[in-house]
Unconditional design. Structure first.
Length: 155
């Protein structure tokens, strides 16, 4: 069934995102989550907005909640892994690697997920795993030259 009210709200959130008005994105998604507490996409997107304004703790909580609501979506794993990579705290690289591996396990045909895993492995000095992840990304998307360059440059 088509819900025109939801469509209008979705477009408004997208507009705020385009305008980089992340506080409005957060407010609208928070309001939406009051009536749709299991909407993993809303938690993920609010997490991205929190991340954009430097509120990493809230972003991490939202990505984790998105995964509690729907553990079979690889995107919150990748977003949480990206956040952990940016925070550069002790143990975060290992956690980021775990997140990227889960995303790869869910959707192994996405070369971007393999590239994210490779970069995290590099940061954690897990060179053979990085080589393997870059190689897998190349096998999935041999036309994307940047992966060859990154593998050659970083290793």
């Amino acid at each position: 069934m088509f819900n025109s009210d939801l469509l209008v709200k979705s477009r408004r959130v997208l507009l705020y995102d385009e305008l980089q008005d992340y506080q409005s994105v957060i407010e609208h998604l928070s309001e939406h989550l009051k009536t749709h507490p299991q909407n993993h996409v809303a938690y993920n997107n609010r997490g991205l907005a929190y991340s954009e304004i430097g509120r990493g703790v809230e972003a991490l909580l939202d990505f984790t909640k998105a995964l509690e609501c729907s553990a079979d979506d690889p995107i919150p794993y990748v977003n949480r892994g990206d956040l952990r990579m940016r925070r550069k705290l002790a143990g975060m690289y290992k956690d980021a690697i775990d997140d990227y591996k889960k995303a790869v396990a869910i959707q192994g045909d996405d070369p971007t997920f393999h590239r994210c895993l490779a970069h995290a492995c590099l940061k954690a000095d897990r060179l053979q795993e990085a080589i393997d992840a870059f190689t897998q990304a190349i096998s999935l998307d041999p036309e994307f030259g940047r992966t060859y360059q990154e593998r050659g440059r970083d290793l």
